[in-house]
Write a new protein. Structure first.
Length: 80
């Protein structure tokens, strides 16, 4: 599993990744964040490189790790 604490993730990277996890395409992400699809692609490429991810399966693992982190935060807000 990918450890998100070991990866530098900017606020914009996190926004892009959250939308990716929700199933949005690069075009949809771009429209939502008012950036170009090419910029979305660059955010993802940079993020995957930082995580040492070079193939599709590992990209899914990163997206899964992001989703799990998001779910823990939601649970902590409900509990706290």
């Amino acid at each position: 599993m990918v450890n998100l604490t070991d990866i530098k993730i900017t606020q914009r990277d996190e926004q892009v990744l959250n939308l990716l996890v929700q199933g949005c395409s690069n075009k949809e992400i771009a429209e939502e964040l008012n950036i170009s699809p090419r910029t979305v692609k660059q955010h993802l490429r940079t993020l995957f490189l930082r995580a040492g991810i070079t193939n599709g399966r590992k990209r899914v693992k990163l997206a899964t790790a992001m989703y799990q982190k998001e779910q823990r935060e939601v649970c902590n807000q409900v509990i706290g």
